[in-house]
Design a protein around this ligand. Structure first.
Ligand SMILES: Cc1cc2nc3c(=O)[nH]c(=O)nc-3n(C[C@H](O)[C@H](O)[C@H](O)COP(=O)(O)OP(=O)(O)OC[C@H]3O[C@@H](n4cnc5c(N)ncnc54)[C@H](O)[C@@H]3O)c2cc1C
Length: 378
C-alpha cells in the first residue's frame, strides 16, 4: 500500500463532488487492503473505501480521515460443484464492466444484462447491483471480506449478506453505519456455461428491453451489445462527452411500500409486485419443538412503485434545474441527478431536497437516495 497526496473526490466520483480528504492510501492487492485497514483501525481514524466512485455522493467539506482506494484486479477460474457451470473469483478492485465483457467472451452467462454498470466488482454486492431484471445475488456464491469488528478475513456466503433490493448488510444507508462494517476483498460467482450459442431469455424485463417475443436463443454478445446501446440512450453509460452521465445512476430508489399505500396512488403510477421469499425457512430448535408446526406467517403484500413516475408527475421534468444551479435532472432520465459542470454537493443536495419535498407533498411518500452519502445530509 502507498500513501498518496490526497486527490479531490470530485475527480474520483461520477457525481464530481467532494474535496480532497485528509489522507489517501492506494491498495493494489488484497493483502495491501488488509494492511491499510488494520493500520487505520489501529489509529482509530475515520475511514472509507473507494471503488469507482459511481455510487457515492461526497460533501463539500474535506473528509477528516483516510480514504483507501481499492485497486486490486484479477480473475481466477474455479470448478463449480454443479455440472454445466463455472466459477470465477474476482478481486475487489476489478472493473465490473470488464468482468462482464470477460464472461461474455468466455460464454459464461448470468451477469450479461448488467453490462455497462460502472464501478468495481467489490462494490457490486454492497448494493446488490442489478439491471434489466438481473441482480448479482442470482450468481453470487460468496465473498471474502475483512470485518472491522474482528479485524479478521473471512469467507461469507451470499445468503449471509442480507442482499435485497439495492441493499445488503454492508451498505451505508443515508449517511448512517451499515449493519456490518466490512470490506470485500474478492467475489465468487457461479455462472452457466452456454458458449457462443447463448440461451433463451426468461426474465420479462430483459425480454421487453431486447424486444424478444419467441423462445429463440440469444447470444450473450447480442445481449451485451443491445444493453450497452439502451444504456447509452438513457445516459446510463459513462461517457465524458455526455453530461447526462455525470451522475450516480439512479439517485432515487423505486419505493417498496405496503399494497394498501400503493393503492392510494393514481392507477397510472407503474408498480410491480414484490414477491415474498418463498424459500425462507423457520427453524424450530429441537429443545422447544412441542410437536406443533406453527401456521405459516402471512406476510403483508408489498409493491414496488416508480420513483421516476412520481417525480415527473409532481411537475418536475427531465432537464429540470433550479434557478442559477449547476445541478440538474438528466435530460434523458428523471431519476438521475447530474452535475452540469462544477456543481457543488450543496447544489446537488438542494435539488434532491426540492424533488423529495415536491413528491412528498403530491403523493405523501419520501423518496430515498440510492447512493452512499459521505458528509452530506438530505
Ligand atoms: C451512469 C451510472 C449508471 C448506473 N447504473 C446502475 C445500474 O444499472 N444498477 C445498479 O445497481 N447501479 C448502478 N449504478 C450505481 C453504481 O454503478 C453501482 O452501485 C456500483 O456497484 C458502485 O461501484 P463503485 O466501485 O463505483 O462504488 P463506490 O461508489 O466507490 O462505493 C460505493 C459504496 O460501496 C463501498 N465500497 C466500495 N468498494 C467496496 C468494497 N470492496 N467492500 C465494501 N464496500 C465497498 C464504498 O465505501 C461506498 O460506501 C450506476 C451509476 C452510474 C454513475
Amino acid at each position: 500500500m502507498v500513501e498518496i497526496t490526497p486527490i479531490p473526490l470530485s475527480r474520483l466520483t461520477t457525481l464530481q463532488t467532494g474535496a480532497a480528504p485528509d489522507r489517501m492510501v492506494d491498495a493494489a492487492t488484497a493483502d495491501e487492503i488488509v494492511d491499510a485497514l488494520r493500520d487505520v483501525w489501529s489509529r482509530d481514524e475515520e475511514w472509507f473505501v473507494l471503488g469507482g466512485g459511481s455510487n457515492l455522493f461526497a460533501g463539500d467539506e474535506p473528509f477528516g480521515g483516510t480514504v483507501i482506494r481499492i485497486l486490486s484486479t484479477g480473475i481466477e477460474h474455479l470448478d463449480s460443484p454443479h455440472s454445466g457451470r463455472h466459477r470465477l473469483r474476482v478481486q475487489a478492485g476489478h472493473n465490473w464492466d470488464d468482468l462482464v465483457a470477460y464472461t461474455v467472451e468466455h460464454g459464461l452467462a448470468g451477469i450479461e444484462a448488467m453490462s455497462g454498470i460502472p464501478g468495481t466488482v467489490g462494490a457490486a454486492p454492497v448494493q446488490n447491483v442489478g439491471a434489466y431484471g438481473q441482480e448479482i445475488q442470482e450468481t453470487l456464491v460468496e465473498v471474502e471480506l475483512i470485518d472491522e469488528s474482528t479485524g479478521e478475513v473471512e469467507v461469507v456466503a451470499a445468503s449471509d449478506l442480507g442482499l435485497g433490493f439495492r441493499t445488503s448488510v454492508l451498505k451505508h444507508h443515508h449517511g448512517g453505519a451499515p449493519i456490518r462494517r466490512a470490506v470485500i476483498l474478492s467475489v465468487t460467482l457461479d455462472l452457466a456455461e452456454v458458449g457462443d450459442e447463448g440461451r433463451t431469455i426468461g426474465g420479462e424485463q430483459l425480454r421487453r428491453a431486447l424486444g424478444i417475443i419467441g423462445d429463440e436463443k440469444v447470444s450473450l454478445a447480442r445481449v451485451r451489445e443491445q444493453i450497452l446501446e439502451i444504456r447509452a440512450a438513457k445516459g446510463m453509460l459513462l461517457n465524458s462527452d455526455d453530461p447526462d452521465t455525470s451522475s450516480a445512476g439512479s439517485f432515487f430508489q423505486n419505493l417498496i411500500v405496503p399494497e394498501v399505500v400503493a393503492s392510494q396512488l393514481p392507477p397510472e403510477c407503474p408498480r410491480w409486485p414484490v414477491h415474498p421469499d418463498l424459500d425462507a425457512e423457520t427453524v424450530i430448535p429441537l429443545e422447544s419443538y412441542d410437536g406443533q408446526i406453527p401456521a405459516a406467517q402471512v406476510s403483508r403484500p408489498e409493491v414496488k412503485v416508480s420513483a421516476a413516475w412520481m417525480i415527473e408527475n409532481a411537475g418536475i421534468s427531465k432537464g429540470f434545474r433550479l434557478p442559477r444551479s449547476r445541478a440538474g435532472i438528466s435530460t434523458k432520465h428523471a431519476l438521475a441527478l447530474t452535475n452540469r459542470g462544477r456543481a457543488t454537493a450543496g447544489e446537488l443536495a438542494e435539488l434532491a431536497r426540492f424533488i423529495q419535498a415536491r413528491v412528498h407533498s403530491e403523493f405523501g411518500l419520501l423518496l430515498q437516495p440510492e447512493p452512499v452519502l459521505v458528509g452530506v445530509d438530505l
